[in-house]
Design a protein around this ligand. Structure first.
Ligand code: PEP
Ligand code: MN
Length: 344
């Protein structure tokens, strides 16, 4: 349920509501908006029947939350969430661009990519150090050494580091290096992992499983939000269909659909979404046109030699062209691509 506070409610009224809700065995999430403060109450609401919450001082009304996802829903928070990780800003009219290789391979590769994508306007650097690969024999990533190289690239450029965490026990290690924790498609329903990233203060990029519904994605996000981390971005990365001309099918209607139902920002990944380097720029442009709050793009200095996802990876000049196109589309839809940070 949502407890809507009166405009004149005092901090003491709010504290009182929060402690009553906690005493009922429910979890309160306080959301301070510009118009109103609400307390989203989650947990088994049978405990709250005839609890008299509506008559507490400072309470304006108590309403049910109709959506199955609660803290993620627009009913609870009408203003968009803006995710911030250093120079990376995603949401609220600013399009944050995250670019970099599928996998971190070497110091030269990651630092050269970081410098080039920054010069083209990216504010986040992606790079997998722990890679979830379909085959156990494929390159699994440089693990902690990959994280060290990402930290060097951040040192050199100031870009925010976006990197995947694949297991709950790795969260403390990856969170020491990452500015954004990526939870990948294969892990969207790894609920222990969602809870573990939810207990950190590091923003999360959540990718849906290729066979997940958007409602399941929102419920996965809810695990992270309910654990206390409100800095969550959703990512459309393509779904599995009967169609085989692209690696996945990229359903861009998801972007406005999600915007109508959640305040969380929506990022699009046209690299995994298409699987073909020559389709990435068009689908990045289309993503910006439909209102995406961010893009995540696979970029490599020499894509044909990339250790993973070579066929969908674009080179550095192609990324600069993509950014030019996206800036022009963003201006046409009254948004802007966030500028790269100054030199560190
Ligand atoms: C990736 O970003 O390299 C990745 C593995 O993505 P996904 O989880 O969407 O397959
Ligand atoms: Mn990849």
């Amino acid at each position: 349920m949502i407890i809507v506070m009166q405009p004149a409610a005092t901090p003491a009224d709010l504290d009182h509501v929060v402690s009553r809700v906690t005493a009922l065995g429910l979890r309160p999430h306080v959301i301070v908006g510009t118009e109103r403060t609400v307390v989203a109450v989650v947990g088994d609401e049978r405990n709250a029947v005839s609890s008299g919450l509506e008559s507490l001082p400072g309470v304006a009304s108590v309403m049910p939350i109709l959506a199955p996802y609660k803290v993620a829903s627009r009913e609870v928070q009408s203003e968009p969430t803006v995710v911030r990780a250093g120079p990376l800003v995603v949401g609220g009219g600013t399009i944050g661009v995250i670019a970099g290789p599928c996998s971190v391979e070497s110091r030269e590769q990651i630092v050269a990519t970081a410098r080039a994508v920054k010069a083209a306007g990216a504010t986040g650097l992606r790079g997998g150090a722990f890679k979830p690969r379909t085959s156990p024999y494929a390159f699994q990533g440089l693990k902690e050494h990959g994280l060290e190289l990402l930290a060097e690239a951040r040192e050199a450029t100031g870009l925010a580091i976006v990197t995947e965490v694949v297991a709950p026990e790795d969260v403390p290690l990856v969170a020491r290096y990452a500015d954004v924790l990526q939870v990948g498609a294969r892990n969207m329903q790894n609920y222990r992992l969602l809870e573990a990233v939810g207990r950190t203060a590091v923003p999360v990029l959540l990718k849906p499983g290729p066979a997940a519904t958007v409602e399941e994605l929102l419920l996965a996000a809810e695990y992270i939000l309910d654990a206390g981390n409100r800095q969550v971005m959703l990512c459309e990365r393509g779904i599995r269909t009967f169609e085989s001309h692209t690696r996945f099918t990229l359903p861009l209607a998801t972007v406005p659909w999600l915007h109508a139902r959640t305040h969380l920002p929506v990022v699009v990944d046209p690299s995994h979404g298409t699987g073909h380097a020559n389709l990435v720029e068009s689908m990045a442009a289309a993503s910006v046109a439909v209102g995406a709050d961010g893009l995540i793009i696979e970029v490599h200095p020499d894509p044909k030699c990339a250790a993973s996802d070579a066929s969908q990876t674009i080179d550095l000049p192609a990324f600069a062209r993509l950014m030019d196109t996206c800036r022009r589309i963003a201006a046409a839809v009254d948004r802007s691509v966030s500028p790269a940070p100054p030199a560190p």
